[in-house]
Design a protein around this ligand. Structure first.
Ligand code: ADP
Ligand code: MG
Length: 691
């Protein structure tokens, strides 16, 4: 340990510090801490005696002063630069430290330097002549600058040596004292150093513990810092979340206010609606009561209506029966362009009992027989043939007028009664025109078949309101030479014949069906028109293949009508048959019979046979005979369900207005008359009338 006093320092200020060769961390800490203390306190750690340690800076100077005083006491001023340093440098050195050189102790000249001035000031002495070489030596001089005593001045030299010796002795005494003091101080310092070492170890241990604690604290601090960072981060997140939630809360509050306003509005509306609802409910209740009452009335009316409908059907049927289940209408076609106009009075239509407003029912045909003559040679008076039918249609009668009369029969078919309508007459008399209609698709010229079907569909629709549902199935066949051909055939079978047979629909069934013939369900007029068009095409194909034969075949259009009243469990079914018969004309017996004519004769015989059978069947039915010869012809066999019983039959007798056809016309009229059993009379008109 070195205690240094900074040269040039402030008087009384002791700058010092403990200088350890190996500075311990504790001392570093303590130094760092204690450097900030007043220096005076630092000085207290010097290894000084207790008495000295209690002295201040001034006292320190006093402690150092004796040397100065001693030197002054010699009567001279010491010129050495650092007397204090010299004094303190005598303090014993610690191990490893460089000792300060003790110049005054080793160097005699120093004492001579201090003594020399004393000698100078004591007594100047007389001027001595220069010493002789080799007799006297010059006085010792520090620095070598003092003049030497002459060699001969031995006394002077001895005196100097005595003074110097004395000086050294004093000096030694002082130094011994100082040495003793310093040894005391050294012991004191060693004791203090050991105490400080113990304190140092304690402090080092404390430092180690504190360091450990500091490291632990540092770690905890690190952990806490990380935790703080994490928490700060979470706090930031939470703060952001809170901010968002606050914004959301604001938005929701705003929305809530809006909804509350809406709710208020809705509640007001609801109250209004509830008020109107209760009104409506009361109204509904009264309406329900009213509806129930009306339903009861309606049910009653339906019952009444149904009763009336059934009554209507009954009365209608009764009326038809009164009119006759077998009726004959006569229709005379107009004279066509290019035909010769008949003589006036050839055909007459006498008025009924109620005058011209009555629909005509009578027909008079005048025939002049050229073969008959009077005795005078004058031509015989024409013979007038009067006929009476259920209805007579003069040439000007329209299709609608004709249909009006038969619409009642169509109604009977819907009511469940079989209906059969024939068109009878010679070829060209207007049968096809009556049944199917005129050429060109003119609606005014539409025949009975399209009109009847339209009427059926319309009435069926009306009856739907009363709970009746109807279905219709159509077929259209042709009977030629006692063979049946399907006029609705399509594809490869088109125009072909001979493959169809009339059979019962099933064992024990009364219903008849034509094998290989198409039965087409129809529900509207357009579908019927399509069927009629197909039938015309089939006839045209047959005409090309087998010569004209349509006039020599029977065309049978049949519609199976089925009605059901599901509510009352009622059903009705009946066929409506519309038959365009083959031409009723006969072959001229005077014609020569070639191969074609013989064929024609066979055709005609077949036609006549079937027409005769038809007449016989109708007459048998009219006379209510037990046997009806249905099986005698394919035509009657096919139509047997449309004839007889409660069936309604109507025959149109079509008549040509031409005089040249009078014979065939008479035949047709007679045939019809036979059916009705009423032939008014035939009589001769004019002057030559027989009695
Ligand atoms: P059918 O079938 O008896 O052989 P059509 O019906 O073919 O005779 O009639 C022969 C011709 O007479 C046809 O040109 C037809 O248009 C015409 N005709 C028949 N009846 C009438 C009528 N009532 N009004 C106008 N033309 C008719
Ligand atoms: Mg015809």
């Amino acid at each position: 340990m070195v205690l240094r006093i900074r040269p040039g320092g402030h008087k009384g200020e002791l700058l010092g510090h403990l200088d350890f060769r190996q500075r311990s961390p504790l001392l570093e800490v303590k130094g760092n801490i204690e450097l900030k203390r007043p220096l005076a306190k630092a000085a207290s750690r010097l290894p000084l005696s207790g008495r000295r340690l209690k002295r201040g800076p001034d006292q320190m100077e006093e402690a150092l002063e004796p040397e100065k005083k001693r030197t002054r006491g010699l009567g001279t001023r010491v010129t050495t630069t650092h007397p204090r340093t010299a004094a303190l440098s005598s303090v014993p050195q610690t191990q490893g430290q460089t000792a300060v050189p003790r110049a005054p102790r080793k160097s005699a000249p120093r004492c001579s330097m201090a003594v020399a001035p004393v000698l100078k000031t004591q007594k100047p002495g007389p001027v001595v002549p220069a010493q002789k070489p080799g007799t006297t030596a010059a006085p010792p001089m520090v620095g070598g600058k003092k003049p030497k005593r002459p060699a001969w001045d031995l006394k002077g030299q001895l005196c100097d040596l005595n003074a110097e010796l004395k000086c050294y002795r004093e000096r030694k005494q002082v130094l011994d004292q100082e040495n003793q003091q310093l040894q005391d101080q050294l012991r004191e310092a060693q004791q203090q150093a050991s105490a400080l070492g113990a304190e140092r170890r304690t402090l080092e241990e404390e430092l180690t513990r504190v360091r450990a604690q500091a490291e632990q604290g540092q770690r905890e601090l690190g952990n806490l810092s990380a935790r703080v960072l994490e928490l700060e981060e979470r706090l930031g997140t939470q703060e952001g979340l809170v901010q968002e939630l606050q914004q959301e809360q604001l938005r929701l509050q705003e929305e809530r206010r809006g909804l509350a306003a809406q709710l208020g509005e809705q509640e007001r509306r609801l109250q209004t609606s509830e008020a109107s609802l209760s009104d409506s409910q009361a109204e509904v209740a009264s309406l329900r009561q009213e509806a129930a009452a009306r339903e009861a009335v309606l049910a009653e009316r339906e019952d009444r209506l149904h009763g009336l409908e059934m009554e209507r059907r009954r009365l209608h049927n009764q009326l038809q029966e009164l009119k006759g289940n077998i009726r004959v209408f006569c229709r005379v076609r107009p004279v066509l362009a290019g035909e010769s106009t008949p003589s006036p009075g050839f055909l007459q239509f006498p008025s009924g009992p109620c005058g011209p407003s009555d629909p005509p029912t009578r027909l008079s045909l005048s025939r002049s027989d050229e073969r008959r003559g009077t005795l005078s040679g004058a031509p015989a008076a024409p013979t007038r043939h009067d006929f009476s039918f259920d209805r007579v249609f003069p040439p000007g009668s329209g299709q609608d007028e004709v249909f009006e009369e038969i619409s009642m029969l169509v109604q009977s078919a819907l009511d469940g009664y079989p209906v059969c309508i024939f068109a009878y007459g010679q070829t060209g008399s207007g049968k096809t025109f009556t049944m199917e209609g005129g050429p060109g698709g003119d609606p005014r010229l539409e025949g009975l078949i399209p009109r009847a079907l339209r009427h059926l569909f319309s009435v069926a629709q009306e009856l739907r309101g009363q709970g009746w549902t109807y279905s219709f199935v159509a077929s259209y066949v042709e009977i030629y030479n006692e063979t049946v051909r399907d006029l609705l055939a399509t594809g490869a079978r088109k125009g072909q014949g001979g493959e169809c047979e009339i059979r019962r629909a099933g064992p024990g069934s009364e219903e008849l069906t034509v094998t290989n013939a198409r039965y087409v369900p129809v529900s509207c007029e357009r579908e019927v028109e399509a069927l009629l068009h197909l039938a015309r095409q089939n006839r045209a194909v047959a005409r090309t293949a087998q010569n004209e034969r349509s006039s020599r075949s029977h065309s049978v259009f049949q519609l199976q009508i089925s009605g059901e009243h599901a509510g009352r469990g009622l059903q009705c079914a009946a066929p409506l048959s519309l038959v365009d018969l083959a031409g009723s004309e006969r072959l001229d017996p005077g014609l020569a019979l070639g191969p074609g004519e013989r064929e024609r004769l066979r055709e005609t015989q077949a036609i006549n046979s079937s027409l005769s059978t038809l007449g016989l069947v109708i007459m048998a039915l009219s006379n209510k005979e037990s046997h009806v010869p249905y099986r005698n012809s394919k035509l009657t066999y096919l139509l047997q369900n449309s004839l007889g019983g409660s069936a309604k039959m109507l025959m149109f007798v079509n008549i040509s207005p031409l005089e040249e056809n009078v014979s065939e016309s008479l035949n047709s009229l007679r045939f019809a008359s036979k059916i009705t059993g009423v032939l008014l009379h035939s009589c001769c008109c004019g002057s030559n009338r027989p009695p």
